[in-house]
Design a protein around this ligand. Sequence first.
Ligand SMILES: Cc1cc2nc3c(=O)[nH]c(=O)nc-3n(C[C@H](O)[C@H](O)[C@H](O)COP(=O)(O)OP(=O)(O)OC[C@H]3O[C@@H](n4cnc5c(N)ncnc54)[C@H](O)[C@@H]3O)c2cc1C
Length: 511
Amino acid sequence: ARKITAEDALDAKYSFDVIIVGAGMAGIMAANTLSEAGIDDFVILEATDRIGGRMREADFAGKRIELGANWVEGVNETTTNPIWELANKHKLRMFYSNFDNLSSNIYTQDGHFANKLGDIYMKKLDDSSEWIESLGIKKSQSNSADISVFTAQRIYGKVPSTPVEMVLDYYNYDYEFAEPPRVTSLKNTQPNPTFHNFGDSNFLVADQRGYSYLVQKLAEEFLDSKDGVITDPRLKLNTVVNNIRYSKNGVKVGTEGGKSYKAKYVIVTVSLGVLQSGLIKFIPPFPDWKIEALSEFDMAVYTKIFLKFPYKFWPSNGPLTEFMLYADEHRGYYPVWQHLENEYPGANVMFVTVTDDESRRIEQQPPNETIEEVHEVLKNMFGPSVPKPIDILVPKWFSNRFFGGSFSNWPIGVESYEFERIQAPLKGALYFSGEHTHEHYNGYVHGAYYSGIDAANRLLACKKEGKCIDEVPQAPPHRRGSKKRRNVDEAEMEAIKERDAARQAWKKSAM
Ligand SMILES: Cc1cc2nc3c(=O)[nH]c(=O)nc-3n(C[C@H](O)[C@H](O)[C@H](O)COP(=O)(O)OP(=O)(O)OC[C@H]3O[C@@H](n4cnc5c(N)ncnc54)[C@H](O)[C@@H]3O)c2cc1C
């Protein structure tokens, strides 16, 4: 590795081969891949004081909790999730999340336990999601126009309407995508490639070293470190990039501190939320097709609110009690609860997950108001003698200017070619990476991991083989009105037939 001196680092004119903006999973994997390919002349510019990005641990109630990514999602199928492999290699402390008993752990607003009703609705939800997934597959195969998951539910003939139905629906979709079915693309999320390819088990990370330990270990593979601290001058923390000039001859990256770095290439791994916010000024401005694609995609918000209680009052006898649902008439109002009794016995900690508008609202209100709201909900669930939380932690992913949300979600109407426009490099010099650039695993740690490798390989193909593809991804021909249309119609016909069958089935089973 070529070493640079402290003086070099201070020199604004110092030139590198590659600049990487952001030291989350994607940025570190991009650099790791370049280093493996023999390119060590790079610098990583990171706005915060740490690596890991949205993999971020914190201390709460004397325990290490995860503010961002928490689960290794997608485990137990024949294809192995690379994050699962890494987590095992580094012996992360993980707990299987058992959702099997969820329908028996539904609490309604008036204090009733929704046991039986929960089972019935869960069964119906399972049937409808299976049917919706198969419609999603058909639509992808025939490449017919996208619809939302909600539209698919309407076609199926059943839209959740009661509080219990709504909270189960929330658990099924919003709890995964952080946006409601009305927004989420059928074609690109049903079935979810993560669970379809890697398996449908999830493991919760509860490790004193934090989930981000994986990013740290990947960084240590190519950056100098001492006693677990990275000392390599090629990693520059507390460095906020605010402008990037790019042309086919190279790039110049400027920071809020007034420094500038030159290179032949830059890989930008900041979140979709940051790209949409305009924190970084690109010169020249992005072409319209890029701006449109970036603006069409969604940066969703997902918030885990951590709560500490003076004593435990929730059932915690075994793994089947871990997850609880609260069925409020207002869909998405403090809906999914999880205690941490298995991971941290005696810590008396629970967390509740909210998303989207509720996340934005709660991020902005004083914590004592959130405590009051949460307390009312818990009284509804467990009775009037429930104690107030004695501590609360509300992560603020939406208002943090270095994230602007939690993870991307594929909204209805964004076609594959438009998605490719998000990834597409500009002028052979400016490359894009990060979870939002992975077509199948956007929104996940493994998506970020693969996207780092992909962007580095794209850059290497340009640098080493002169394959600097710089075209605007176009709509496939049949979208512009060719004869392929016929197949679409056939598939639609088949879908309509299935739809009718499903409707009949629903009518029969309706209570
Ligand atoms: C609350 C929450 C829960 C999640 N749960 C899960 C989960 O359970 N399982 C799962 O697989 N995934 C989960 N995710 C998603 C996962 O965390 C992300 O997909 C992944 O960590 C993204 O990595 P990245 O490298 O693409 O982006 P980031 O981690 O955002 O890295 C980008 C880096 O760029 C830096 N940066 C931003 N702006 C600038 C700038 N102007 N100049 C320099 N640097 C800048 C940021 O500080 C950051 O370090 C969750 C995310 C959140 C927020």
